[in-house]
Every structure is written in structure tokens, then in C-alpha cells.
Design a protein around this ligand. Structure first.
Ligand SMILES: CC(C)(COP(=O)(O)OP(=O)(O)OC[C@H]1O[C@@H](n2cnc3c(N)ncnc32)[C@H](O)[C@@H]1OP(=O)(O)O)[C@@H](O)C(=O)NCCC(=O)NCCS
Length: 429
């Protein structure tokens, strides 16, 4: 959907200059240089508190880095960067379509150099690079929910972690007529990727996956300690097409000869496929409990079981978005409800989205122009980003004191931003 390649963007000159003033060298890693790539990977794993990469895992991760724009910050002669970040451009599904998104990952600052403003230069540098490349939205998933609001990111795609008491749940839905089969890991990785590619366009919030991710989910990741325990099941419909798949592992419940079933990845591209997969998971013999994360908050499982109280749902923040170009972002999606005309003031400490914007929604699509009219509604860019794909109602953000202005216009805009189904992001990145 986009031919923008993050790797074409040079290192951001402003961040380079600021870090240079502190004695650091901020530069793009040449992924053709095996030693530089290995040093980046060692710094990244150290930053995320992981063990040193093995030769095998280094090869796998180096393959992923090839497709990304990787930046290291260096202190003196040390070949290991003291900070890392990488990025790539991916489609982000929005209601009614897709928008190019600047995905940011591998944000680490060495424990020896923390709290000296280095992460700020990494993040601001990424946002300037994305804006220069013409990418209207940036996104990330986060280790801590308190880090990225200051850069204009808002928690936009809440997801549900589900824990189901399988002995109590029962089943209250019709059985699917297709066929289940265990599949070997190679096939599992392929099917997970293919199903995700089809499913990701059906729900706002999703991004494209990549082959190494599916291999990892399927238990083929070289540094994955639980890999040997991963099993995969695919459900095919009556025409023989794969419509649902799950990668999971069973953890023994000590002394009971029973197990907890932990889902690694669950995907389906039809409602029937999803019902089939839930049926498989909840009917598995010798299982006390099924747990799965990164499900949409409107997952139908509560309505598939006989006893709703068997399902515990914990909703948590997952996908974070940051609008960089207000007209491009708002015009890329469709809108619900009645036609609407509203003047929205967006504040943005970094300037990208700052302005007063006249938003006209007609027939479900928007035109957005800068204006100097008095705003109906005022909010900051993180708040607009939280509401952007319809995962967080604007009225909820207003109730939290994050949106100001005309109450009726806030309700109308909130209604327009709604997504027909809850957005989801089934990937960590
Ligand atoms: C999180 C991390 C990248 C921060 O790097 P850093 O260089 O110390 O951050 P900075 O000095 O640039 O701090 C910038 C701002 O973020 C704040 N901040 C930094 N780390 C934070 C944290 N863990 N939680 C909350 N706020 C944090 C700082 O207080 C500072 O606030 P200010 O702008 O109000 O002054 C670094 O601690 C790290 O690598 N942690 C482990 C890996 C990780 O969690 N990475 C994030 C992956 S999503």
C-alpha cells in the first residue's frame, strides 16, 4: 500500500547534533557489516535484559534488521552502541482502509547511560524522520505505559487478556463442521502468516506481520526456551481452506496430571473459524485453564461458553499511536454515523500535529483543512491519537478531562470515530 521505505531516511540531523554535543555519535547501522549488526543486537538484548544472543539467534535477528532502519548511539571507541532504536513502514488498518505507519521498536538505552536525555533524542529523531518521509502516523508497543505520552503517543488499541476456567466453561454454541488437524511447525508458521495477512485488514489497529515472527510463534525461534513444547492446530472449512489456527503450549499443573493451556497466537479470518478454534481450546482434555492475550475486547468467547463466569477478562493497553499529519491521518479512515462539521484544535509540544483543523465528514469520509476559526473542541495530540482508530471513545477521554469544548460536538465526533468492531493488535513489536 505504500512504497515509502524507512531505510531511505538518513539519521535525523537534529538528534545527531544534540547527541554530538553530549559527546555521542548517532548513526545508522550498516546491516551489510556483520560486526556492526552483531554489536547492535548485543546492545539491544542487553537493553531488554535478555541473555547474550547465540550464533543462531543472531543470524535470525540479523535477518529481521535487514528490513529495518537501525540506529545506534555510540560513546567513544566502544563498538557496542549505548542506545538502539529501529523502525520500518507498515500498513496500519484503520476503519475503512489502511494508512502507512512508522513502526518503532528496539528502543533501549544502556543502564550505564540512563536518564541523560538519550531516549528523547531517539524518539524525536524517529518522529522527524517519519514526518520527513511523509508517514502520517507512528506506532509502537511499550514495556512501560509511562514512557511515551510525552512524545505525543496515546494508548489507542486496548486488548484483552483472557483466562478461562475450562472445567467450568462448558459450551453453548453450535459445533463447526470443518476439520481440525495438528500441523508441523513449518506449516504452522506459514498458516499463521497467511491467516494474519487476511485477518489484519478486517480489524482496525492491526499491522503486517513478518516471517520470523510466525516462525517464532510456531516454536522455531532459535533462542526460544519454550520452543519444543509448542504445538499447532489448524481448522479447515468444508472447502478445505484454513480459516483458523492456534500455536500453544501446555504447562503441567504439578501433582494433578492436568495442564494449563497457554495460547501463543490465535488467529482466524472468519467468525466460524474463530468459533472452531475456541471450541478446540475449550474442549481439550486434561486442561484446567486456557489463557490467551492480545484478543479484541469484543472477542465472542463469553457468548460461546455455557457459563460466562468462567471467563476472566483483563483489558490492558497495547497498541500506541502518534499522529504526525492530522489531515492525512483523519482522511485515511472512514466514519460512522451522521455527517459532521467540527473545528478541532490539536496541541502538540513537538509541533507535528499542532493547529486548528476543520473536519467535514460527509457520506462516511472526511476532508480536513487548516483553519483559523475558533475551535469547537480542543485536545492534545496523544488524546486524538488514542481515539484515532476507534478503540477509545472520545467521550471517555472527555470524561477524563482530556478533551475540552462543546459537549454536543464532542459526542458527535466520538460517535463518528467509533469503529464497528473493537480494534485489535495481535502482535508485539
Ligand atoms: C526506557 C529507556 C529507553 C529510557 O531511556 P533514557 O535515555 O533513560 O530516557 P531519557 O533520559 O531520554 O528520558 C526522557 C524522559 O522519559 C522519562 N523516562 C525515562 N525512562 C522512563 C521510564 N522507564 N518510565 C517513565 N519515564 C521514563 C524521563 O524521566 C524523561 O522525562 P522528562 O522528559 O519529563 O524529563 C531506558 O530506560 C531503557 O532502555 N529501558 C529498558 C528497555 C525499555 O524498557 N525500553 C522501552 C521499550 S518500549
Amino acid at each position: 500500500m505504500t512504497d515509502i521505505d524507512a531505510r531511505d531516511q538518513p539519521a535525523d540531523p537534529r538528534s545527531a547534533e544534540r547527541l554530538h554535543r553530549s559527546g555521542f555519535d548517532y548513526r545508522i547501522i550498516d546491516t551489510a557489516d556483520a560486526q556492526a549488526t552483531a554489536a547492535f543486537l548485543r546492545a539491544e538484548t542487553r537493553g531488554f535484559l535478555d541473555a547474550e544472543p547465540t550464533d543462531e539467534s543472531r543470524d535470525e535477528m540479523a535477518g529481521i534488521l535487514q528490513d529495518r532502519r537501525n540506529i545506534g548511539v555510540f560513546d567513544g571507541d566502544d563498538p557496542l552502541p549505548i542506545a538502539t532504536v529501529n523502525s520500518w513502514v507498515t500498513p496500519l488498518t484503520v476503519p475503512g482502509g489502511e494508512v502507512p505507519m512508522w513502526a518503532i521498536s528496539s528502543v533501549t538505552v544502556s543502564a550505564t547511560h540512563r536518564r541523560r536525555g538519550i531516549a528523547r533524542q531517539l524518539l524525536e529523531g524517529e518522529l522527524r524522520a517519519a514526518a520527513t518521509a511523509g508517514v502520517p502516523v507512528a506506532g509502537l508497543t511499550v514495556s512501560e505505559a509511562t514512557i511515551y505520552g510525552r512524545y505525543g503517543f496515546g494508548a489507542a488499541i486496548p486488548v484483552a487478556q483472557l483466562t478461562i476456567d475450562a472445567r467450568r466453561a462448558g459450551w453453548g454454541a453450535p459445533d463447526a463442521s470443518g476439520r481440525f488437524a495438528y500441523v508441523e511447525k513449518d506449516e504452522l508458521a506459514t498458516v499463521l502468516g497467511e491467516l494474519h495477512d487476511r485477518a489484519r485488514t478486517q480489524r482496525a489497529g492491526q499491522i503486517a506481520g513478518w516471517p520470523a515472527r510466525w516462525r517464532r510463534m510456531a516454536g522455531q525461534g532459535p533462542s526460544d526456551k519454550g520452543a519444543a513444547e509448542v504445538r499447532g492446530v489448524v481448522w479447515r472449512d468444508d472447502e478445505g481452506r484454513p480459516r483458523g489456527a492456534v500455536a500453544y503450549r501446555l504447562a503441567e499443573v504439578e501433582g494433578e496430571f492436568r495442564a494449563q493451556l497457554q495460547v501463543r497466537h490465535l488467529v482466524a479470518d472468519t467468525d466460524e473459524g474463530l468459533r472452531a478454534m475456541w471450541s478446540f481450546l475449550l474442549h481439550h482434555d486434561l486442561v484446567n485453564r486456557v489463557s490467551v492475550d492480545l484478543r479484541p475486547v469484543d472477542d465472542p468467547v463469553t457468548w460461546l461458553v455455557a457459563d460466562q463466569r468462567a471467563v476472566t477478562q483483563r483489558v490492558h493497553d497495547h497498541g500506541w499511536l502518534r499522529i504526525l499529519d492530522v489531515p492525512a491521518a483523519l482522511q485515511a479512515r472512514t466514519y460512522a454515523g451522521d455527517d459532521l462539521e467540527i473545528t478541532v484544535e490539536v496541541t502538540d509540544a513537538l509541533g507535528f500535529a499542532e493547529g486548528i483543523w476543520r473536519v467535514r465528514v460527509s457520506g462516511g469520509t472526511a476532508t480536513v483543512q487548516a483553519t483559523d476559526a475558533a475551535p469547537d473542541v480542543t485536545l492534545d495530540v496523544a488524546t486524538l491519537s488514542s481515539a484515532y482508530v476507534g478503540g477509545v471513545p472520545l467521550t471517555q477521554l472527555a470524561a477524563a478531562g482530556r478533551v475540552h469544548g462543546d459537549g454536543a460536538q464532542i459526542i458527535a465526533f466520538s460517535e463518528a470515530l467509533r469503529s464497528p468492531e473493537a480494534p485489535v493488535l495481535s502482535i508485539w513489536y
